[in-house]
Design a protein around this ligand. Structure first.
Ligand code: XUL
Ligand code: CO
Length: 441
């Protein structure tokens, strides 16, 4: 892909990032992500469906609760409209230099909100046209967009779950506008992450009513989307907390229960983020597996947390063990389908060179490429799958099969409970040692 040339080149001195292999010492090259390499019948590019997260890559400037910005961008301009356009040019230059097939954004990432809701809508639609031009010129596609219904102070008590009806209506205005924009841009999915759809204290919260309001909003969004021609999936992105004390879409299991409670399983699935799963006390692969088991894995926010810190550090994924375990679940799901691997990840506050943005994405892409290769090796070799199949084989025939098929009652089952029982090892250490052989052979 030749890089997108806007008015100016913003990432000067950095060309297209190419595969150079693991012997290369060039930090601005892929060591393991060889996009055309075929694995299990598909190229790496087709398997991994990488997406760039607009907010972290082109908006986040290193500020945190304890200090201001550390990063400056050559595309920033004091005039908000010029800033939006230059940022879009820089974004497409970056995405094409990285040769990533997709991107994702919130309304607030791409267009300045203006002075009122009318200006918000005008600005967002105007920027959608600009983004469409750049998508058409480059072939980069929209994996998903979403509404930022958490940063503006009006959403301090929630958006769809706000105790005040007028705020709920404001959230609807933004969601409707963002669905319209999604359709204009041919988005493949539409995401709901409810950062403030939860509570800070139960003392001031009617949780039952708030959850019902959230259900109503998701139904309305589905009905509107289907009416105006959105054919993709709506995705709920679970997270247990942060910024709210408790988020209603706590983890994959509770989000799926919510989806089913409101009869939304044909239209909604989950967008699983690694660092959100770990915040909920699960592993990344656990939440992916919960979704796969329910046929509701929509897409993935690929990042990683810090093992010692209890917050959402949104680091670029570099842990190949975790990427391997994630890719195992994904490959056995027949791939990501219409989802992708979106780097909802940010450079560290002190990674202040523009080059660091490239290196961060390269590291993430290489880690998942390695994960894909090892996961494929594990599946082809079949030892782990065979072990698990054997472990449950007592349910494949005879009484075990009858039990699974629901053809037994408790009394019947109890009469079979008098046998001498032998201890059967779970052999976890053997499997862990085997995993290391796949990783390093
Ligand atoms: C926040 C988060 C969001 C969503 C989209 O933790 O992950 O950026 O991905 O709103
Ligand atoms: Co996310």
């Amino acid at each position: 892909m030749s890089y997108f040339k806007g008015e100016k080149e913003y990432f000067k001195g950095i060309g297209n990032i190419e595969f150079e292999g693991k012997k290369s010492d060039n930090p601005l090259s892929f060591k393991f992500y060889d996009k055309d390499k075929v694995i299990a019948g598909k190229t790496m590019k087709e398997h991994l469906r990488f997406a760039c997260a607009y907010w972290h890559s082109f908006n986040a400037n290193g500020s945190d609760p304890f200090g201001g910005p550390t990063m400056s961008f050559p595309f920033n301009d004091a005039d908000p409209k010029t800033n939006d356009i230059q940022k879009a040019d820089a974004a497409f230059e970056f995405i094409t230099k990285m040769d990533m097939p997709y991107y994702c954004f919130h309304d607030a990432d791409v267009a300045n909100p203006g002075k009122n809701v009318d200006e918000y809508q005008v600005n967002l639609h105007a920027m959608a046209k600009e983004l469409k031009k750049r998508q058409d010129a480059t072939g980069v596609k929209l994996l998903w967009n979403t509404t930022n219904a958490f940063s503006d102070k009006v959403f301090m008590n929630g958006a769809a779950t706000n105790p005040e009806f007028d705020v709920v209506a404001r959230a609807a205005l933004q969601i409707k506008t963002c669905i319209d924009v999604n359709i204009e841009l041919g988005g493949e999915n539409y995401v709901f992450w409810g950062g403030r759809e939860g509570y800070m204290s139960l003392l001031n919260t009617d949780m039952k009513r708030e959850r019902e309001h959230l259900g109503k909003m998701l139904i309305m969004a589905r009905d509107y989307g289907r009416k105006v021609g959105f054919t993709g999936k709506f995705l709920i992105e679970p997270k247990p907390m942060e910024p709210s004390k408790h988020q209603y879409d706590f983890d994959a299991q509770s989000s799926i229960a919510f989806i089913k409670e409101y009869g939304l399983e044909n239209d909604y699935a989950c967008n699983i983020e690694a660092n959100h799963a770990t915040l909920a006390g699960h592993t990344f692969e656990h939440d992916l597996q919960v979704c796969v088991d329910n046929g509701l894995l929509g897409s993935v926010d690929a990042n990683q947390g810090d093992a010692q810190n209890g917050w959402d550090t949104d680091e670029f994924p570099s842990d190949v063990y975790t990427a391997t375990k994630a890719m195992l679940v994904i490959l056995k799901n027949g791939g990501l389908h219409a989802g992708g691997l979106n780097f909802d990840a940010k450079r560290r506050r002190n990674s202040t060179d523009l080059e660091d943005l490239f290196i961060a994405h390269i590291s993430g892409m290489d880690s998942f490429a390695l994960g894909l290769e090892v996961a494929d090796k594990i599946i082809r070799d079949g030892k782990i799958d065979q072990f698990v199949t054997n472990r449950y084989s007592s349910f494949d025939s005879g009484n075990g099969k009858k039990f699974e098929e629901g053809k037994m009652d408790l009394e019947g089952l109890a009469t079979l409970g008098n046998k001498d029982l032998k201890l059967i090892s779970g052999r976890q250490e053997y499997l862990e040692a085997l995993l290391n052989r796949y990783m390093f052979s």
